[in-house]
Design a protein around this ligand. Sequence first.
Ligand code: MRU
Length: 330
Amino acid sequence: MERILPFRFDEKEGVFWLLDQRRLPLEEVVVPVRTAKEMAEAIRAMVVRGAPAIGVSAAFGMVLAHLRGENLEEADRLLRQSRPTAVNLFHALDRMRPHWGNLEGSLKEALAIWHEVEETERAISQHGAKVLRGQVLTHCNTGPLATGGYGTALGAIVEAFRQGRVSHVWVDETRPYLQGARLTAYELQKAGVPATLITDNMAGFLMARGRVDVVLVGVDRMALNGDFANKIGTYALAVLAHHHGIPFYAALPLSSVDPGLESGEGIPIEERPAEEVLELRGMRLAPPGFPAYHPAFDVTPHRYLTGIVTERGILYPPFDEALRHALGLA
Ligand code: MRU
């Protein structure tokens, strides 16, 4: 099967090519990124998105800064300001810092960050598949486009389908940016997994009718107690799953845990332009002049989680102990 890659590095030309995710699924267009400044803009504009993919892209942004002789302090600052919620961005840039001034070292580290995404997601897919069965519901996009590897939640879902454990996937469209409708649907179609698109507000109805066996989502930043930020709508889904007694899991690489946060309260939540709520592909939905609010993420309290799927296996409550142990902090 053809593998989906959100980016590719042309080492000879020193160009990082991004598959423009704003234009999927209708058009597959790649855009060249030549400087850290351009990379920061591409991340901000969602040409590339998804927590692990943002981390890899930011790391290569620093490689480009070396290649183009940009001021490294400024490059790092611009990349850090591109998007606030996914912690992978900051972890990747922290890892690049010791290699500042050394092109070879910086390229090696960026490639290592990318390689680790693939390795951890292979493990996440295997572990995650074990908790999945029947009909799975997922939110946002957590597949190869969001990571540069196999995917976190979606990697596990595809693996579970291959193992015959999962029969069908409900794909939340994920208003307002539609990552589910545009990107997850695209990936599942390519992977040949039977799936159906629903609007986010249909999940409760399906759960009440017994048509959802398990929910699996991704993570943009998890605190040490297991509270986590993910795409707006995840919290509502967690509460619904809890109400209906449906297992609710989050899948993430341990690099998406912020060891500096004890709880989800301190997670910075990105607010995106109101236009993304007010318009759909340029078409106005509300009366002219009407205001809209667009928090791009929400925080799900750990009490709604059945388990956390990581590259080290599945973690169960008490999550603070399990996470500290998995991170080697205990
Ligand atoms: O705003 P996005 O598209 O970058 O948000 C992506 C998500 O919320 C994903 O669920 C998350 O990054 C996990 S990706 C493996």
